[in-house]
Design a protein around this ligand. Structure first.
Ligand SMILES: Cc1ncc(COP(=O)(O)O)c(C=O)c1O
Ligand SMILES: N[C@@H](CCCC[NH3+])C(=O)O
Length: 429
């Protein structure tokens, strides 16, 4: 079922015409569907029915508090990678015991905040980080629950910039050092070993890399237990790919992924932890934008829209494909055109697609970039002093702004003139 679909000749988000959102909030704007978030979460969680599992939504994919609160109501936990994400997850009502803390560079302040929040587990990525965590925990009179994120050296994920489980990647404890790392952790007074963690990449479109990683980690768990360690949880990270509408191979369905995990972990006697991000958020949101100009270049036509690479970085960063559709349904005799779709930012990389065939459009028409719910708003910036894109959540026939578009004055407010350029006593411009 598509929650972004044409009805009465125009594109809707659930029961709300996108045109109405553009008229009220302006463009560019991210629009999310509550029903899609809920459906994706349930489809994913249901595929692990019968096993002991925690679904810790990867907050980095889409960290809006309204998104987190929508998922929290369904029982989701959170995978966080910073003190900021931790604060968001707690504010959205996700209990500490459902929060896992990932990332290669946690600071001592972030460790303290996470210990105070009584999180479930720190996914530790180096001995240096382990020692820092031990110091913080001892100082606080606590024991920090840890899993090592191990790097199984398997190939996964489409783009080099999103592969994480190869030995040349910065992530995880090198596979040959894993057992020694556990042996060291067992000697530290502020550390309690609770599990093993792995995350091999993102937008993974086959089951084989997951299978390879699970088998490797399963064997590691047996060896760790033989060495006397208590391993209660196995976190297999996120990474399940989603369809982006291009003609690449369709990724496995959550049910297929779930069956594989259940089959391979049946005899491991562990609680499974999952950290899905894209799978939950990616197709739950679109970026709605208005055509500013059609420009005829020497050998091509440019569709210049009011969204840009600062709003949705994925095409510029990973050559990612996003479906682009007009909000007004093209009629049967609609003229076709071929466009390079670009934004207003002063970079040639500010290009969403090149040579794409689509219905002919003109200034003032609305378009959506699909599959923009994950790593869209979360990766946006104010480059070119373009205000952060607002976000809107739809539920049935209602919609509300869940992040406002900052005014230019608000953006400038945090900047100061140094004293030598000062024109006013308080450094204000
Ligand atoms: C540690 C960790 N967990 C979970 C995720 C979420 O990945 P995905 O959005 O591919 O499910 C990521 C990002 O790749 C990650 O780095
Ligand atoms: N941000 C990336 C994925 C990176 C995942 C984070 N570890 C994307 O848009 O595809």
């Amino acid at each position: 079922m598509r929650h972004f679909d044409y009805r009465n000749g125009e594109l809707y988000a659930e029961d709300v015409p996108l045109r109405a959102i553009a008229e009220t909030v302006g463009t560019p704007v991210y629009v999310y569907s509550t029903a899609t978030f809920e459906r994706h979460y349930s489809v994913f969680a249901d595929s692990f029915e019968g096993i002991n599992a925690l679904v810790a939504y990867s907050v980095k994919a889409n960290s809006n508090i309204a998104v987190l609160a929508t998922l929290a109501k369904l029982g989701a936990g959170a995978d966080v990678v910073s003190g900021g994400e931790l604060a968001r997850a707690l504010l959205a009502g996700i209990p500490g015991q459902k929060i896992v803390f990932s990332g290669v560079g946690k600071t001592k302040d972030e460790m303290r905040a996470a210990l105070r929040a009584n999180i479930r587990v720190f996914n530790v990525e180096s001995l240096a980080e382990l020692n820092a965590l031990n110091e913080v925990a001892v100082d606080m009179g606590r024991k920090a629950p840890i899993a090592f994120r191990v790097n199984p050296d398997v190939t996964a994920g489409g783009h080099a910039k999103i592969s994480t489980g190869k030995k040349e990647n910065k992530f995880g404890i090198a596979w040959p050092s894993a057992e020694a790392a556990y042996a060291h952790a067992a000697t530290l007074p502020g550390i309690e070993i609770v599990g093993v963690d792995v995350h091999i990449g993102s937008q993974i479109d086959q089951l084989a890399p997951f299978e390879a990683a699970i088998e490797k980690v399963g064997n590691l768990i047996s060896r760790l237990r033989e060495a006397g360690h208590t391993i209660k949880s196995f976190d297999i990270g996120g990474g399940l790919g989603i369809p982006y509408g291009d003609n690449t191979k369709a990724p496995p369905l959550p049910a297929e992924y779930g069956s594989l995990v259940k089959k391979l972990t049946r005899d491991m006697d562990v609680e499974m932890i999952f950290e899905p991000g894209r799978m939950i958020a990616g197709n739950s949101g679109v970026l709605l934008s208005e055509v500013l100009y059609v420009k005829n270049g020497e050998d091509r036509d440019f569709l210049i829209i009011d969204a840009a690479m600062n709003d949705l970085l994925r095409p510029a960063l990973y050559d990612a494909y996003h479906d682009i559709e007009p909000v007004k349904a093209p009629g049967p005799n609609a003229e076709e055109a071929t466009y390079d779709v670009v934004g207003p930012v002063c970079e040639s990389g500010d290009t969403f697609t090149k040579g794409r065939d689509m219905p002919a459009l003109e200034a003032g028409d609305l378009v959506v970039l699909h599959s923009a719910g994950a790593y869209g708003a979360a990766q946006s910036s104010q480059y070119n002093t373009r205000p952060l894109t607002p976000e809107v959540m739809v539920k049935g026939d209602r919609f509300e702004v869940i992040r406002e578009r900052p005014k230019i004055e608000e953006i400038l407010k945090s900047e100061r003139l140094p004293s030598w350029l000062n024109r006013s006593p308080r450094g204000q411009l």
